[in-house]
Design a binder for this molecule. Sequence first.
Ligand code: PAZ
Length: 390
Amino acid sequence: MPSSSSAPPPKLNRFTTPLLPGQFSTETYFSTQPPPPDLQARLQPVKEFVERWREVEGKRVVVVTSGGTTVPLEANTVRFLDNFSAGTRGSTSAEYFLSHPTTPYAVIFMHRQHSLRPYSRHYSHSLNPFLDLLTCPPPADTDSKNDSDKQITVNPSKTRQLLPVLRAYHASHHSPEPTICSLEFVTVNDYLWLLKELAEVVKPLGSRAMFYLAAAVSDFFLPQDRVAEHKIQSTRGNLTLEMDQVPKVLRPLVQEWIPEAFIVSFKLETDQALLVPKAQKALERYGHQVVIGNDLHKRKMEVVLVELDSARRDSSISTANDTRKEPQVTNVQGSVGGGKAFKQSWLRLAELQEEKKSQGLPREEVEGVEIEEMIVRRLVERHDQWLFNH
Ligand code: PAZ
């Protein structure tokens, strides 16, 4: 078992990269860490969902991952480490995929238990409490036979906003042919196993499948044999944790499990200067299609899409200054394969607001726009291209 405390000699993974102590290859991980006990039963509805949509010619399916993973410190879990994410990005994006004007997707929504979900997210936040939607009947005689005394209705001032959300929720979740299917994870181990198995389930869709990996996944974990069974007692003094590295499953996802799919990953940073270089590095390393960089504090206002610029692969390209016009293209020195070029395009909420304003939308609608609408719109165009090329 890799662990820096026992300091075994470096092993090689299947790509012959030396593994440092405390690093797991994907193979070692899945052969030593047990799957969640009910994994296959949980996947069954997803298999049926994929089978149904596969028969609809041209229908696209997106796997959206959303929310943060936990790393439990105890098997009977009282304490755990968590990754930052409320599930806003994932649940909001899922809605825009479901309602895309020309190409509505079917969505497999793989999310952290109790994190935000499409449609219900509008009313689960403390800023918009669900109970404030309702009118409260006056206190009634509890013995009254008159049921109209006890009826609860939606406050008329809220129905205009609620109705389209409710309709979209019912159409996607409760129609005879639902367009969303959900799967929950809690721990990073649940997440990794679900992602691996989902890739196999979705594989028959080929290039019609997209992965939109917005979940915040822990980079570190505690191997099962080092997790305490019971609550760790404070009487034993201070607590020292030594965690191992989670394998980078993006590589096998892209290169082995489902190479035909269109794959989008996210990169979260707190130093904006790192966004583009780290996104480029991820693209070089894993060879997928798009990395979306977002800064923790500005993630609702702007994001950057970074892609390989295959048209300019070997040319020497200078950096443009204005990132708001044409996608900026930069050349990366010393990249794997040599001379790889990337293009980056910034998406900014202010631009979407301008667009809506120029279409004459009322002020409250302009103010309510979300950056995920732009992200999804752009990705659907890229997926069109991917399908055309394949
Ligand atoms: O769910 P949320 O809106 O609160 O946060 C979304 C996010 C910042 C976790 C997501 O956009 C993201 O960057 N996910 C990848 C995180 C990472 O680099 O592991």
